[in-house]
Structure formats: structure tokens, C-alpha cells
Ligand binder design. Structure first.
Ligand SMILES: Cc1ncc(COP(=O)(O)O)c(C=O)c1O
Length: 375
């Protein structure tokens, strides 16, 4: 992921462990499809790492959420509560399943869903709460789990952005009835494209395995009682995953160092809000290093990103809220709903280069550029 003109890329993976060795082995042995041994190894080792009994590797994090929603039997007439400030991969499976996404706003400082808003959104039709840990800090899980118990709801935990993170010392991804991960190239564990569903429930794991592989009837191939997808992960991707998992602690440490360095360089800069370093239940692992422009800054994130691009600094915007998505509005969803914190950070938030392979010099260049555009 080198970018032209010596600019600083927004993402840059680090593949300097056993990645090459394991990939070469796949090629030499001919095990390149999802039938290869690395898939099982990756599933078992990843599930164990996040404290779960079962892992089902899939082709990406979005697919993992689709499988999770369908495996839980969520369908027409059901409602699922989730944050408006997230990726569409969270809301789309709910809508595709014929259920209704019900939204809560995000915290203006932590950028995670406001847990205190969940209970008021629960109705007799609510089937699940979909928790999404945003940008490297976990959602406050204890109250969510208490609510789920009290109202008999399932919890889907999207842990795509917090691989290697913990909540009160317990791994993120260990809290949902089903938890999901993405291994896209900007994640703390990457397989290029990839994902995983983890659970302790053997029936849910079996259902996800079936959904991942077109719902073939086990006793008779090419006969199907249900519709699934081909969401399989290849042995090549799983080989990368096994190598990446070996270095996860190192990767988390690299990201924490990156976050600490940015904070050191940017602390006290007028006009920007920096990520929260820690909460009572976790220290940030900085999936990305996000910034939110203050109201006194006379331009928005779009303009800030354009100015940074001119200085050779890669950026990405924060999520655009689900209630403002044209596709959902067209379907008649979320009409008239407002979530001020999510709307604000969508317009004033962006993240700066946060890749695993970022050098100290690139971090410094990026921080200098941020100060420059705010001067
Ligand atoms: C919170 C969250 N959920 C789901 C996804 C979707 O994962 P993927 O890109 O692997 O489909 C992402 C992707 O970056 C994400 O950040």
C-alpha cells in the first residue's frame, strides 16, 4: 500500500512475520481453497484467543454480520437496536432479513453507541441489540448485557475494530450470543479480506457454517432446505490469518504506541478533539486515530481532508449515520429521526494515517500537517 509522491497512506499493513512462509506452503501443497487446513487452524486459534468455543471463518466482516443475523432467526416483524454511527454492514443484514433497524445516537467523546438510550427503544418486537465497538474503544458492555438479560434479547457484538482489545479484562468478541470480526487490511489481524463469526453455542456455529456454504444438506450435496451464501474464506487467507494472529500482541502494542505518539504531538492543538485515551473499562487500541473539528473551526471534515490531501496525508471520513442513508430513507426508514452527535461527527470527524506499518517520521509528518491546516 505505497502511495505516490511519498505521501502518507491512511493504511499500511505489516506482514513481516510468518505470512510469506505459510502462503508459500499453501502454494506448494496446492491447498488454496477453503478446504485447506489453515482455515480450521485459524478458526480454532482465533476463537480461543477471544475466549470462544467456536469460530466460523467467512469471506469478510459484512458477511459475518449477515450470517449472525440470519443464524439468530431474526426476520420479518423483528426489531434490532444498533448505533446510527456505524458502517452499513451492520444495518443492511437486518433490513435484508426483513427486520427493522432501530437506532441510538453515539457519545460525542467516545463515539460509541449511547447505552443509556437503548432501553427506551425496546418494544415487544425487539429481538436483539447489535453492539458495535467503534475505532478501538469498547462499548460499556455490562449495562447492555443486563438489559439483554432483563428483556430476553440476543446480543450481536460487532468486534471488527477491536481485535485484541478487552472490556474490563475480558476479550472483545466474548460478549455476544454471536460476535463478529473483520480481517480487512486495516484491521489488527488481517487476511486482506476476511471475517469470522464466534460463539459458544454449537447450534449457532453449525447454522453459520451451513449458511457460509450455501446450506448444502450434509447428507446429500446439491440438495438444499434453505438459502445460504458462499461466504467461505480461502486457505490462502487463513494462512495469513494464522501468521497475523501470532503477532497480535505486538500489533496492539504498535497501535497503542502510534496513538500515544499522535496524542503527544497533537495535545493542546486548538480546534480539534482527540480520541479518548482510556475509559474505566479499557485503554484505546486505536484501530484508527480519529479527530473531530471543533465548532470554532470555519470548515468541515471534507475541507480538512482535502487540505491534508494537498499536503500528502491520507485520511478517511467518520461513518455517515444510518438514519441519513439515502437507501434507507427511500425504503421509508428513519423518517424525521435525528441523532445530533452522530450527525455532528459525520460532518466534522475524520481519521489520519493509522496503519500498522506507519513510521515515526510519518506520524510526525501527519501531526505537523494537521496543525498546519488548523493554523
Ligand atoms: C465495525 C465494522 N463492522 C463491519 C465491517 C465490515 O467488514 P468488511 O469490510 O470485512 O466487510 C467493518 C469494516 O471495516 C467495520 O468497521
Amino acid at each position: 500500500m505505497m502511495s505516490p509522491h511519498g505521501s502518507v497512506p491512511v493504511n499500511s499493513p505489516l506482514l513481516d512475520g510468518n505470512e510469506e512462509k505459510y502462503l508459500v506452503e499453501c502454494i506448494r501443497t496446492g491447498w488454496i481453497s477453503s478446504e485447506g487446513p489453515y482455515v480450521k487452524q485459524f478458526e480454532q486459534q482465533f476463537a480461543a484467543r477471544v475466549g470462544r468455543k467456536h469460530g466460523v471463518a467467512v469471506s469478510n466482516g459484512s458477511a459475518a454480520l449477515d450470517a449472525a443475523v440470519v443464524a439468530l432467526g431474526i426476520g420479518a416483524g423483528d426489531e434490532v437496536i444498533l448505533p446510527t454511527s456505524t458502517i452499513i454492514s451492520c444495518a443492511a443484514p437486518i433490513v435484508r432479513a426483513g427486520a427493522k433497524p432501530v437506532l441510538v445516537d453515539c457519545d460525542p467523546r467516545i463515539w460509541n453507541m449511547v447505552v443509556e438510550q437503548i432501553e427506551a427503544r425496546i418494544t415487544p418486537r425487539t429481538k436483539a441489540i447489535m453492539v458495535v465497538h467503534i475505532f478501538g474503544l469498547p462499548v460499556d458492555m455490562d449495562p447492555v448485557l443486563a438489559l439483554a438479560r432483563k428483556h430476553g434479547l440476543k446480543v450481536i457484538e460487532d468486534a471488527a475494530e477491536v481485535i485484541g482489545q478487552t472490556y474490563r479484562g475480558k476479550p472483545c468478541g466474548s460478549f455476544g450470543d454471536i460476535s463478529t470480526f473483520s480481517f480487512y487490511s486495516n484491521k489488527h489481524v488481517t487476511t486482506g479480506e476476511g471475517g469470522m463469526v464466534v460463539t459458544d453455542d454449537p447450534a449457532l456455529a453449525g447454522r453459520c457454517r451451513s449458511l457460509r456454504n450455501l446450506c448444502f444438506k450434509p447428507e446429500q450435496r446439491f440438495v438444499h432446505d434453505d438459502l445460504g451464501w458462499n461466504f467461505r474464506l480461502s486457505n490462502l487467507q487463513a494462512a495469513l490469518g494464522v501468521a497475523q494472529l501470532e503477532r497480535l500482541d505486538k500489533s496492539v502494542a504498535i497501535k497503542r504506541r502510534m496513538g500515544a505518539r499522535y496524542t503527544e504531538l497533537l495535545a493542546g492543538t486548538r480546534g480539534i478533539q482527540l480520541p479518548v485515551t482510556s475509559t474505566p473499562y479499557a485503554d484505546n487500541i486505536y484501530w484508527v486515530y480519529g479527530l473531530v473539528l471543533g465548532d470554532d473551526v470555519p470548515f468541515d471534515a471534507k475541507e480538512a481532508m482535502a487540505r491534508l490531501a494537498k499536503l500528502g496525508i491520507g485520511t478517511r471520513p467518520f461513518f455517515w449515520p444510518m438514519h441519513e442513508q439515502p437507501v434507507f430513507r427511500r425504503m421509508g426508514l428513519f423518517g424525521g429521526e435525528r441523532y445530533p452527535a452522530a450527525e455532528r461527527i459525520a460532518r466534522r470527524g475524520f481519521y489520519i494515517p493509522s496503519g500498522m506499518a506507519l513510521s515515526d517520521g510519518q506520524i510526525e509528518r501527519s501531526a505537523v500537517a494537521v496543525k498546519e491546516i488548523l493554523r
